[in-house]
Each structure stands twice: as C-alpha cells, then as structure tokens.
Design a protein around this ligand. Structure first.
Ligand code: C2O
Ligand code: CU
Ligand code: CU
Length: 470
C-alpha cells in the first residue's frame, strides 16, 4: 500500500542558526509549583480470546479536547482517551491481537516502537489505516522484558499526530524480570514517565505548526509535560521506586536529574535490562529513547524530590515521599544475562551518514522515497552500523525490527549505561557511534522496515530510509 502525498519530504528549508536544543522565545508555563495530580496512564492488560488464547487489545485513535491549565481548550488526539493512551502490558510469548480503529479523520498508522513484530505488523508508513477502518496487528511477543511505546508513523504527518497526543507505553514482562526484586507495582512503585514539550500559548493551549526553521531545528516547546500534565506532584513510598522514562518529544533532548544531585540506578535501556545497574546522577535522552531507573526514597519521608531537566532548568514533577506500605525491594546487582555480539562476528560494516545541506536533512545523501528500498539486509547477518552525524545539529538514529548494542562512541567506549540493548541512539552534532546488530526478522513483501532520525520534523522531512531483510 502506498501513502498519499509526500508530506514534507523534499521541502527546501531556509538556513537558520542555532542547534537543536535552543529554547523557544515564549514563556514556559512550568511554574515550579506542583499542584496537579501526577497522571499514571491506565494499564491495559488485554483480554484473552477463549477461542484462540490470543491476547486482544482494542485501541481507538480518536480526537478530543483537553485543558492543560485552567485556561483554554486544546484540540487533541489520544488512544482510548483524549490525550496519550493506556499503558499496554504484555508478556513474552503472548500472541497479540491489536485492533486499532482510526477515528481521527485522517490517514494514520500505529507503530510499536521497540517491539519486533513481522514487518507487515510493524505499523510503519506502509500499514496505513484509512479513516473509520480498523487494522488488526497480530504478532507474538518475542523479546525480553522492556519498556517500549507506540505512536503513529504515517510518512510526512508523524510529527503533528504525535504532537496532538497520539502515543503510549507498551511494557513487556518476562520470567527473568518477574523473578528479580525490582519495584514492579504499577502506579505504586513503578511509574511511566512520558516526557513531552509543547509550545503553549499563555492560556495553556497549543496547536502544531512549524516554520522552516523549526523543521530544521526540530519543533521545541516552552512547556514540559509528564504523562500529559504540567507541574504534577506524585506521592512515592519511602522505598525503591522505578521510573520508566520515555522521551516522547518531537525533538527536544533532555538531561534528567534529581534535585540535590541524588544518585539513582539505571537498570534498563530501550530493549531490556542491563546486566548490572549503573549509578548515575543524570541521564541524557533523545526522542524515542527509553530508560528504566530506580530511585531509593528510603529514609526520605516528608521530603519533596524534584525531577528536573538540566537542559531547560525546568523541574518536571515533584515526588513527595510518604511512608511505605509496600514490600521492600532490593535491586540486585545482577539483572540480566546479556551476551553481547562481538565485532569479529560481523560480516561487514554498513554506513549511515546523517547530514544536512541547504536546510535539507539526509541519510546517506538521500531522502525518504516510499517507493525506494534503500538497503537490503541478509537474514541473520550480524553487521556493524557505522553511524555518523556530519552536521552541526543534533540527530539520532532508530531502527525497526531489531536491536543493537554500541561498540564505540566517538572512537572511545560507549558509556556504561549505553551498553544494553538499544533501538535508538543519540548522535550529538559531529559525532559517531558504531553499533552491532543482527537482523533476525525477515521482512514481508511490500513491508520494509524503517530506519530514521527520531527528531520527528526530520523524519517527516525525509531523514528516513527503508530496508528489507531476506
Ligand atoms: Cu518511534 Cu520509526 O519510530
Ligand atoms: Cu520504531
Ligand atoms: Cu535529525
């Protein structure tokens, strides 16, 4: 199936100064006063179809309205609600049946970012859902415990649909993670943290529009939201608490930290648990990246701990520590057994050059053409991905249907917290990473997988390519 129209692809963008990350001129609505309840999106466990044993999820992509402050009403989109969507909870081995109904009045898709479905179930630009129709994505959960997410992926209009509110988390559980002493009571000591920025008017409304400069730099918002809420406050028990962080923003890169420089542990990267927790005082995340962190609030009853972005200086939410009533957990020093792919297993190196010129964005000097397959991979091959950002602006790189592990960053070792299973990697201006990947999923005819920059304005403007695996 082909998409209608090329969207922003091919659009010339006039040159403008500044890097991704430069802030909006508008005033932020983040006040530093935390008086709205933290929103934990509802968990959707699915229902078992008695005939097949499959786990069924009914998802409705719909339009709605939302008041983000006391002020005006924003026209939004959400899944089974008016903004964002439920947290889908699945277990390794589940056979999923995801019925996705498009009620947003325009073509869309729903992509399971970080999951590894067959390519025709991936929800990429080729699996268009026409308005008022339902798409059934059926696949087996074939991966380890991890924090993933879902969002639309129609070529040329992804940025505006995500910005309107179409996104949600998708958590995979498995026997390994269930057997570990980790915080795992959803909404009690295990919280999704979907961070987004929106360019808000003074009355708390927003609408997606981009200038040529914003296409080049990525759309940035002046106001930061957590799970769709500005300035939320959350009661946390005085014990270990897990936060599943997702940078769900169109383009902003965050460096998260806790007030007072509190040390936390990272326990997982995008596609699963690390082999051992990594102690950190901050973590940098580009759009699409996930991380699971554990913060130990034991002994802090009565204190308010701020969760901050060092880049903007904005505090996103406040955690008020209250007496613990849950069973105490002790994050173990061994989490998962990772068997890293080794450089000498690779059959070769494939280069991806992320570049910009005359305001256009490219991968390997090309822009996305829905009718062109850019790369052909061999099933089960292990390869090194040599990913270079040769531009003066930040980008990142995401691949569908696979995970990778970093071998090097700027010719040195990757950071300890980057050594887990990943599907999205940050590439600051003029930087380079080498990653190792295995293509273990053959593509279905007519349904290539995508690789792209996850700065959504860049993706829509053509910083994306397609590959087959056979
Ligand atoms: Cu999260 Cu191809 O996307
Ligand atoms: Cu993806
Ligand atoms: Cu980019």
């Amino acid at each position: 199936m082909k998409t209608s129209g090329a969207g922003l692809a091919g659009l010339a963008i006039t040159s403008c100064g500044g890097k991704a990350g430069s802030s909006s001129t508008n005033l932020s609505l983040n006040t530093g006063v935390f008086n709205r309840p933290f929103n934990t999106p509802p968990e959707l466990l699915g229902t078992i179809d008695p005939a097949t044993g499959n786990k069924v999820f009914n998802l409705s992509m719909q339009t709605g309205t939302q008041r983000f402050t006391g002020g005006g009403v924003t026209n939004t989109m959400g899944i089974n609600g008016s903004y964002l969507g439920p947290t889908l909870r699945v277990t390794q081995g589940d056979v999923l049946n995801l019925n996705v109904t498009n009620q947003i009045g325009q073509e869309t898709t729903l992509h399971w970012h970080g999951m590894r479905p067959p390519s025709d179930m991936d929800g990429g630009p080729h699996q268009i859902i026409a308005p008022n129709t339902t798409w059934n994505a059926a696949y087996t959960v074939n991966q380890q415990a991890s924090t993933n997410w879902y969002h639309p992926h129609p070529h040329g209009t992804t940025a505006r649909q995500v910005y309107a509110g179409l996104a949600g988390m998708m958590i995979v559980d498995d026997a390994v993670s269930a057997g570990l002493s980790l915080p795992s009571t959803y909404g009690k000591d295990d919280f999704p943290v979907v961070v987004q920025d929106r360019d808000m008017n003074a009355d708390g409304t927003f609408a997606y529009s981009v200038t040529n400069m914003e296409i080049q730099q990525g759309k940035k918002g002046n106001t930061l939201l957590v799970n769709g809420v500005i300035d939320p406050v959350l009661d946390v028990p005085a014990k270990e608490v897990r936060f599943r962080l997702l940078n769900g923003s169109n383009s902003r890169i965050y460096t998260f930290q806790l007030g007072g420089g509190i040390v936390f542990k990272q326990i997982a990267t995008e596609q699963g648990l690390l082999s051992t927790p990594v102690s950190l005082t901050s973590i940098t995340m580009s759009p699409g990246e996930r991380a699971e962190i554990v913060v130990d609030f034991a002994g802090l009853v009565g204190q308010g701990i701020l969760f901050q972005d060092a880049g903007t200086g904005i505090s996103l939410f406040k955690a008020n520590v209250v007496a613990n009533t849950l069973a105490v957990t002790t994050t173990p020093t061994t989490l998962a057994t990772l068997t890293p792919l080794q450089r000498n297993q690779a059959v070769g190196t494939r280069q991806f050059i992320l570049s910009m010129g005359q305001g256009k964005v490219y991968i390997n000097n090309k822009q996305m053409n829905i009718n062109v397959i850019d790369e052909t991979m061999v099933l089960n091959d292990i390869e090194i991905l040599d990913i270079q950002n040769t531009s003066n602006m930040d980008h990142n790189f995401h691949i569908h249907g696979a995970f990778f592990q970093l071998l090097t960053r700027d010719s040195g070792l990757p950071k300890a917290y980057e050594t887990g299973l990943k599907d999205t990697v940050y590439l600051p201006a003029n930087s380079r990473v080498e990653a190792i990947v295995q293509y273990s999923q053959a593509t279905v005819a007519g349904a290539p997988y995508m690789y792209h920059c996850h700065i959504l304005e860049h993706e829509d403007a053509g910083m994306m390519g397609q590959f087959t695996v056979a």
